[in-house]
Design a protein. Structure first.
Length: 238
């Protein structure tokens, strides 16, 4: 069952679970796009194809706010917002340590490129194309046994950006073996798209969507004896 955060004639905002790709999988595999289309067909008894514009994406193991457009006009306007950085994106991550030693808050900037041989995104050796600038700001929210809770505000939206930038500083997201984590996590990785703020494509109002943490975070917190701390931080954003 989909966790719907917001829905109207122009937008469908979901709380994405771990383990499901946003799109781009084989026809016999579920994706958030196929699940969302099935939901809309069922709810509105629509025959045939349902339009759904993909305007934001989350990696398969990542959870949280995911926005779709229900009309082509909304898709065009939202795509422009994302490309012009008119959308505010806040993530929560459980990382193995602070990305900058001793600094409770900071800003990370790198140039990223795709490594075909490693089949992942890496820090580029130069700023020349196809490398792309990637920047984010972070602050520590809490410290737990062998982990820190970070709030991350994306300034750019590169593929695997948070995962790469934290992993390159020995501060990998828990459970993210691909980018250097040696720690386990109950499901997916400990990266959650916590809040997203945008301008509604037709109403022109600023809207913010907050995604509750998935059960995997509570399971991890229970294993560390820090459930109350996680719950306190979640309540602070409500």
């Amino acid at each position: 069952m989909l966790d719907v955060l917001y829905e109207d004639n122009h937008l469908l905002v979901l709380n994405k679970p771990a383990g499901i790709a946003t799109q781009g999988v084989s026809e016999d595999e579920e994706s958030m796009v196929t699940l969302a289309k099935e939901y809309l067909k069922w709810k509105y008894d629509k025959p045939g194809n349902v339009y759904l514009g993909v305007v934001s994406r989350l990696d398969r193991p990542v959870t949280g706010v995911l926005v779709f457009a229900r009309t082509s006009k909304a898709a065009a306007r939202l795509t422009t917002q994302f490309s012009q950085r008119g959308v505010e994106k806040t993530y929560w991550a459980l990382a193995s340590r602070l990305p900058l030693a001793g600094r409770e808050a900071g800003r990370l900037e790198d140039w990223l490129t795709k490594s075909e041989s490693q089949r992942k995104t890496i820090i580029a050796r130069s700023k020349r194309p196809p490398a792309q600038r990637a920047s984010l700001a972070y602050r520590r929210l809490d410290t737990f046994p062998r982990a820190v809770l970070l709030e991350i505000r994306l300034e750019t939206g590169r593929k695997h950006q948070i995962r790469v930038q934290l992993g390159a500083r020995d501060a990998a997201v828990l459970g993210d073996e691909r980018y250097g984590s040696a720690a386990s996590f109950p499901r997916g990785i400990a990266l959650h798209a916590r809040e997203l703020t945008l301008e509604h494509p037709t109403l022109k109002e600023r809207l913010s969507f907050v995604a509750p943490l998935p059960q995997s975070w509570r399971d991890w917190a229970k294993s560390r004896g820090v459930v109350r701390a996680i719950e306190r931080w979640e309540r602070s954003g409500e």
